[in-house]
Each structure stands twice: as C-alpha cells, then as structure tokens.
Design a binder for this molecule. Structure first.
Ligand code: 4AD
Ligand code: MG
Length: 476
C-alpha cells in the first residue's frame, strides 16, 4: 500500500482539497451498496461524523470486501472528492483498502443501533465505540480542558493532593481502606482492635474522599489553587448521581469570603458550559436526540436551550433557612416529598430539585446550613447554629457543588473538631494553618461527573465516566 500521511476524519470533513490523495483509518459503522459500488461509513473517534468511503466492488473484489463488516478496522487510501450526497460534503473514493482487524458479526456485540444503556454498561470495554459514548467522552475531555483553562487564566495553580490519606476530610466515614495486611490473619491488640503499626503506612490509611484539607495548606502559601483528581466514597447509595470513584475539582482561595466563593462557582460553571457550546456543539446536538432513545420516561428538554438558560440567568442566592421555609410551604399546600422536611434536616435531592425546578426555575446557591449536617471545617456563624456553607443546586442534578468559607480561628476549629470526634492525631497539620499566619479563605468542590450529566443530558452518572465503580461493580 502506498504510504500517505493519515488525516483524521474531523479534519478531512473540513477539507476542500478535492482530487488529493488521502489516507484515513477507522472503524466501520456500516457497509452497504450494490454489486457495483459499496459505501462504507467510517469513524475514527475524532468526531461524531463518519466519512463515506466509496468502493468499486469489481476493483477490490467482492470476496475481499466481505469481512468489512460493522466494527472492523480498516486503512484506506483514496481520492478526496466532493460528495453528491446531501448528508456530507466530502467522501473518499477508495483506491486501496487494508483490513487491520475484522469483527465477526456473529460475536461482535455492537451490531445494531438502539442497545439499552444497561446492556452497554455490561460492555463498557466496547461502548466508547458507539456514537453516544464517543460523544460523551469527547465532551468529558473538553470539560477537563475548560476547567484547567478557567483556573489557569485566573492565576490558580493546579496542586496535586494525595490519593492515599489517613484523614477523613468530610468526616462522614465512607472511606475505602488501603492495606497490605493479610485480611485472613489480622493481628489484634488485647482489646480485640486491629493494630496498624505493622501495616504498610504504620497507621490506618484510606482512599481520599476529598483533596480539600491538603488544598487548604497550598492556598495558605500559593494563594489560589485547585485540585482535579479522583476521589472515593464507600457510601452504599445506588443512585443515578453517585459513584464510588468520581472526579472532583476543588479550588481553594486565600482571602475569599463566601460571597466571592459563590461568584467564583457561578463564573466557573458558566465558563465550562460556554466552552461546551463553543467546542462540542456537534456532540451535544447528537446527544440531544440519542438520550431520548436511551432513557425512556426522562424529560425531553432541548439540551442546547438547557445550557443557554444557565448562561442567561444569575444564580439565586438563598439561605438554607429560607429554602426550608419554601419547602415547608410547599408541603402545607399539598406537595408530597418522600423525605420529611424541617429546619435541621439534610436536604434530599427531591428537595433541592423542587427549589430549583419548581420554585425558582433557576440554579440556586443555598447558604448557611445548620452546623450539625455540615463538616467540622466550615466557618461558624454568629448565631451559633449555622455555618457558612454553600451548595450550588442545579436543575436535573440537585447538588453539583458543595463548599464553604473555612473556619480560620484556631480555637473555634479545634473545639468543633473535638465535638465531632475528629482525631487530633490525624489533623494536627491542618490545624497548624490556623496557628501560623491564619487567614480567611474559602473553597468548593465540583463533582465532575455531575457537571457532565448536566452538559451531556445523560440521565445516569454511570454513563458519563468510562468505567464506573458502584456497589457490586468494578468490572474493566
Ligand atoms: O459536597 P462534598 O462532599 O464536598 C466536599 O468534599 C468538600 N471537601 C469540597 C470542598 O469544599 N473542597 O462533595 C463535593 C461535590 C458534590 O457537590 C457533588 O457534586 C460531588 O462532589 N459528589 C459526588 N459525585 C459523584 N458521586 C458521589 N458519590 C459524590 N459525592 C459528592
Ligand atoms: Mg455536599
């Protein structure tokens, strides 16, 4: 075969170099045609769109073409020509076709369109080859780029916090342990407690639930930082919005009060959404249709409109107390929630979504939650009851961001940690930031997959991460 530099299909489709020799490589979506001429729809992952390869059957031989079935991988030399078809501008008239790999139609699982999302999760090793998941993972990449650019442009430094940790940042005790101990022969002390002195780290260690505590250390030196990495939660919640392994983006800013923190969160989400509209419109438009077939009974809003709506509206700012009042009034008027609502209750997703979708019809930033339902590190308000927390609540999603102004006063923080039974031996270094040059500061955590749920319109969080980890599921 003649050696010609490969062109990606994304670039080929924009090319006007008609008559030129080109090379394309990719996976066959379909092959159809007559005894004379075959049309191969080829995709290489660079774009949602396929390029049409036109094959002279007589020239290449009917037998030779037979193994070119859905899923096969081929290498094509040909001439770029203007297409007569109305669906595409260009096509490739093949001169040479090499078959890299066949995909036996009897066993290749992605034969027809319209597989269920559940089935596609079972073949997560192949689902990136579907149009839907190709689009989702391209958008995932673009959102990651947007996040880095947003912070980089504003002088934030990307700071890497550890995955293995000995402290429970959120204090919710949903951690996965990390150990090299022989679980079949655990050493215990005289009280029957497991000893960790002989374990790899010489103490009990876990996978992190958040990079925040270490992020704060960095903010107290570099001023503005963000983390972006995997976090782990062993909560046994089998919901469409929870993963055991998910990616979190956590900015932390010295000298920020909660108001500036809220503005940063709003600007940040809007930047990401604008980026999606600017860079992923083809994929978004494809998903707008595809998701309606994938998830039955889900609401059918227009994805582009959904994204524009966020850009066009200022997020409502509201205290938890005011939020609960609205929810209680809804109950009084006959609205039924599954979970009870009263001042002091942790809000369930149905409550968050009521505020956002039914009441305000707009994203809401809820602030000043009761201290009992929030973490030890949040700045305590004068009222002695609430803390300076802020959750960003989104339509379709519920909580997309959780954050707060941090308690910078050593004594108050120490007391709260004690009250909440946080072991000092685990967080002495965190408390040190308040002993040496403490400063007001704030930050938040965005669940990357929750943002992706919103942007892609996918209805289940398992479908926006390549290889989801959930209870009873760690295949691939
Ligand atoms: O509200 P969370 O628990 O906040 C923190 O971890 C803070 N340390 C963040 C900070 O202030 N730096 O989690 C932050 C976000 C949530 O709002 C949600 O979007 C996402 O992380 N999240 C999850 N996403 C997927 N699966 C889970 N199990 C999640 N738990 C939280
Ligand atoms: Mg939260």
């Amino acid at each position: 075969m003649e050696t010609i530099t490969r062109t990606k299909i994304a670039d080929l489709l924009k090319s006007k170099s008609f008559g030129e020799k080109v090379n394309v490589k990719g996976w066959v979506r379909t092959r159809r045609g007559s005894k004379m001429v075959n049309f191969i729809a080829l995709n290489d992952g660079s774009t949602i769109h396929n390029v049409q390869i036109v094959v002279d059957v007589e020239k290449l031989g009917e037998e030779y073409l037979k193994p070119i079935t859905t899923g096969a991988c081929i290498n094509v030399n040909g001439i770029l020509v203007e297409s007569q078809g109305k669906d595409q501008n260009v096509e490739v008239q093949a001169t040479e076709v090499e078959i890299y790999g066949t995909a036996d139609p009897q066993t290749y699982p992605l034969q027809k369109k319209g597989h269920s999302v559940e089935f596609l999760r079972e073949i997560a090793h192949l689902r990136p080859r579907t149009n839907t998941f190709g689009a989702v993972f391209r958008i995932r990449h673009h959102m990651a780029m947007a996040i880095h650019r947003f912070f980089h442009e504003r002088g934030f430094f990307y700071f890497h916090t550890p995955i293995i940790t000995a402290s429970d940042c959120e204090g919710a005790g949903q951690m996965f342990q990390v150990t090299t101990k022989n679980l079949y022969d655990l050493k215990k002390d005289e009280n029957g407690n497991i000893t960790y002195e002989d374990d790899f780290f010489g103490k009990q260690a876990s996978l992190t639930v958040s990079g925040q505590l270490e992020g704060e250390l960095a903010a107290m030196a570099l001023g503005s930082i963000y983390t972006f990495g995997p976090t782990f939660r062993a909560e046994n919640s089998n919901t469409p919005r929870h993963l055991a392994e998910f990616w979190m983006v956590e900015p932390e800013v010295a000298f920020y009060e909660i108001e500036e923190n809220m503005q940063l969160a709003e600007d940040f989400i809007k930047y990401c959404i604008q980026w999606a509209l600017d860079n992923c419109l083809d994929d978004i438009q494809f998903l707008n249709g595809a998701r309606k077939l994938l998830y039955k009974n889900e609401d059918n809003d227009d994805l582009v409109e959904r994204l524009r709506f966020i850009l066009d509206n200022k997020f409502i700012r509201l205290s938890y107390t005011e939020g609960v009042k609205i929810l209680e009034e809804a109950v009084a008027k006959g609205h039924k929630f599954e979970f009870p609502i009263f001042w002091g209750a942790d809000l369930a997703s149905e409550h968050e979504r009521y505020l956002v979708e039914k009441h305000f019809k707009c994203p809401v930033i809820l602030t000043d939650y009761p201290k009992e339902i929030k973490s030890f590190y949040m700045k305590q308000n004068e009222d002695g009851k609430t803390v300076r927390a802020m959750d960003v609540l989104f339509p379709k999603i519920g909580e997309i961001i959780g954050g707060s102004q941090r308690e910078e006063d050593y004594d108050k923080l120490y007391k709260r940690a004690e009250e909440m039974d946080i072991p000092m031996k685990d967080i002495w270094w965190y408390l040190d930031t308040r002993r040496f040059g403490t400063a007001p500061h704030s930050g938040f955590g965005l669940g990357f997959e929750r943002l992706l749920l919103f942007v892609t319109g996918m209805a289940n969080i398992r479908d926006v991460i390549p290889f989801p980890r959930t209870p009873n599921n760690a295949e691939f």
